[in-house]
Design a protein around this ligand. Structure first.
Ligand code: 3PG
Length: 225
């Protein structure tokens, strides 16, 4: 059932943060990548929501400093285009059997989005047990993950949508949460104004919070033997 652990799964399980970017200008890709790297993270999701997304993925993949994924992949054709551009993982807002099967056949890790038990069963049927929980905040946040984790014990979640510096620790302390994703560290406006130091600072702050949350979860798990 569990697919072999890919490099992105390994990164997410240690760093526990996935910056999600909506990029209006591919020229910003490299300085943005450098800011994310200097803040302490090794991966980024570029959403396929702008005409510049593929060029940005191409530039970042060629640079090679970050593991680059493509988000908002709604069709298998989009996933294929993104992988051709250099994406090494795919994220979808929902569960598309076509997207998941294309990725599986191509050997590309894929994180489909789920919000309900039915979605999770659909993902499991496709052999996926690490899912994006989306949009996390409006779908009930941590209490919803607690409730969903009970029947789906082997499933790991990447809550995304409404995650902020203020609530990320509460997500990361839950044992079913692999990592959180979000745009708060790499806000569209900060990218537009080329505030690379500000972005690196927000990434570094999130890295500190995530490390603390992971340590407190590990200590708690240890207490429970
Ligand atoms: C996504 O595509 O995963 C979301 O747009 C990210 O959500 P956020 O902007 O609320 O972090």
């Amino acid at each position: 059932m569990t697919p072999p652990q890919s490099p992105v799964h390994a990164i997410l399980s240690t760093e526990r943060l996935l910056p999600v970017v909506v990029l209006d200008d591919a020229e910003a890709a490299l300085p943005l990548g450098a800011a994310i790297r200097s803040g302490g993270l090794s991966t980024v999701e570029i959403t396929l929501r702008t005409p510049q997304a593929l060029a940005a993925i191409r530039a970042l993949a060629r640079e090679g400093d970050l593991v680059v994924g493509a988000g908002t992949a709604l069709t298998a054709a989009q996933a294929e285009e993104a992988v051709r551009a250099g994406a090494s993982f795919i994220v979808s807002p929902g569960v598309s059997a076509k997207v998941v099967m294309w990725c599986r056949d191509a050997g590309i890790p894929v994180f489909p989005g789920v919000a309900t038990p039915t979605d999770i069963q659909a993902a499991l049927d496709l052999g996926i047990d690490v899912v994006k929980f989306f949009p996390a905040d409006v779908n009930g946040g941590v209490p919803a993950i607690k409730a969903l984790a009970a029947p789906f014990a082997g499933v790991k979640f990447v809550p995304t949508g409404g995650v902020t510096a203020a609530n990320l620790a509460s997500y990361l302390e839950h044992p079913a949460v692999l990592a959180v994703g979000g745009s708060w560290m790499v806000a569209r406006r900060a990218v537009a104004t080329q505030d690379w130091d500000g972005i690196a600072g927000l990434v570094a702050a999130a890295v500190t919070i995530a490390a603390r949350a992971t340590a407190s979860r590990t200590a708690r798990d240890g207490d429970h033997g």
